[in-house]
Design a protein around this ligand. Structure first.
Ligand SMILES: Cc1ncc(COP(=O)(O)O)c(C=O)c1O
Length: 409
């Protein structure tokens, strides 16, 4: 596998040549990533040339619709799913909310669902509320020390009554990569469907949906170098079964029935720029022509490879400090580069202030992972410090971060 060409990568992101950002080492990528150039170009082009009601007969309208369709088709290719299994919505929180309304109509009192206390609130609160309609909600709990979800613990929660298992691909606090395929296989063996929150995973390389086996996979394009949209893959067999949440006459349209909000035409069209970026990355690193699913796997491995190489020294550095608790695993192989830290002698906010003064963009709080922060024994209101990076982060920025931590902790 070739190594990622970092200069090439950074040249694809206008943020790295933006004068007002030149002194910032950006470590809040789990909150939202920089947008790649092709996304920005497509978005501005859409607003300039095709900002009209799409799918009409006149040229600007026709092109607007074609650009939206192109985005859906090309992202579906990268995710290795059918085009009509890709749904766009305003955000992951909105998408999961609508899904929960659909399940509310479909489930019967006495049915059971499994949720976790590792999830961001977006993939747990909406499901827990189904209890109001007589659904039994079972909580799959993390180990309070490691923050891990043990798949063996799921066995005792599953039965023939279980209809849904909702869990994260990786938590935005613990960052441990859950074995999604194994968990989906267990859920399916019990007759349940799965809803996987991939928001914290997808920025590190789109997963191959066929390999994962999830029935629903949610993520947020504004964290994967794109515009502020949520993307939700719903397997066709499940989408057909779920009750319509949109206008009655859209009940038969798979890509409309679960996204009742009017689509943001420009942002949907602009998200094709993520595929442009991945295509360009692939062409820069590989000479042969392969299909989108294979390009997706290769780009995934390129991004992950780069991130793991930078994560190892950061974790080594953090492990050597006895004034912090690092949440989640210390092995870069099994975690995303989203590192939450509990300072022992100072508040997370005080350390964040120090980092901010030293040109580091990071975050502090519970990051809507209120339940997981609490389950780890931390005070969600005091919060934890979080530094998160992606493949475009440079080794010099990691060094700058470590120096800033030295001075701020
Ligand atoms: C793991 C995780 N899930 C879900 C969400 C919610 O995504 P959205 O902001 O698109 O609603 C976030 C947002 O930070 C997240 O980090």
């Amino acid at each position: 596998m070739p190594a990622l060409d970092l200069s090439y990568v950074r040249a694809q992101f206008p943020a790295f040549t933006e004068p007002s950002l030149k002194d910032l080492a950006f470590f809040e990528n789990a909150g939202g990533s920089y947008a790649c150039g092709p996304v920005i170009e497509r978005l501005t082009r859409f607003y300039r040339e095709t900002k009209v009601q799409p799918y009409g007969p006149f040229p600007a309208s026709k092109r607007a619709g074609e650009e939206m369709d192109e985005a859906r088709a090309r992202l579906a290719g990268y995710l290795n799913v059918a085009t009509d299994e890709v749904n766009f919505g305003p955000s992951t929180s909105q998408n999961s909310y609508v899904l929960a309304q659909a399940f509310r109509e479909m489930l019967m009192p006495g049915d059971e669902i499994v949720v976790t206390n590792q999830d961001h609130e977006a993939n747990t609160g909406v499901w827990r509320r189904l209890a109001e309609g007589g659904i039994t909600v079972r909580e799959w709990q993390i180990d309070p020390e490691s923050g891990r979800l043990d798949p063996r613990d799921l066995d005792g929660l599953l039965s023939e009554k279980t209809k849904l298992v909702a869990f994260p691909h990786c938590s935005n606090v613990v960052a441990h990569l859950n074995p999604v395929a194994e968990i989906c296989a267990k859920a399916h063996a019990a007759g349940a469907v799965t809803c996987v929150d991939g928001v914290s995973y997808a920025p590190h390389g789109f997963p191959d949906m066929k390999a994962l086996g999830a029935d629903i996979y949610l993520f947020s394009l504004y964290k994967t170098y794109g515009p502020h949209q949520g993307l939700m893959v719903v397997k066709r067999a499940l989408a057909e079964r779920l009750p319509n949440q949109a206008h009655f006459f859209n009940a038969g349209a798979l890509t409309k029935k679960l996204t009742p909000a009017g689509p943001d035409h420009a942002q949907i069209a602009a998200s094709a720029g993520i595929a442009d970026y991945f295509d360009a990355l692939h062409a820069h690193h590989y000479k042969d022509a392969v299909d989108a699913a294979e390009r997706g796997r290769r780009v995934h491995d390129l991004l992950r490879g780069q991130e793991k190489a930078l994560l190892a020294p950061l974790l080594d550095y953090l492990r050597q400090r006895n004034d912090i608790r690092v949440l989640g695993p210390s092995d870069p192989e099994v975690r995303a580069p989203t590192v939450a830290i509990l300072p022992k002698n100072k508040s997370a906010d005080a350390v964040l202030q120090g980092l901010t003064q030293r040109g580091i963009g990071a975050g502090a709080g519970h990051f809507y992972g209120y339940r997981v922060v609490k389950a780890l024994g931390c005070d969600p209101d005091a919060g934890v410090l979080r530094v998160s990076f992606v493949h475009y982060t440079a080794p010099e920025e990691i060094e700058k971060l470590m120096k800033a931590l030295d001075a701020s902790l």
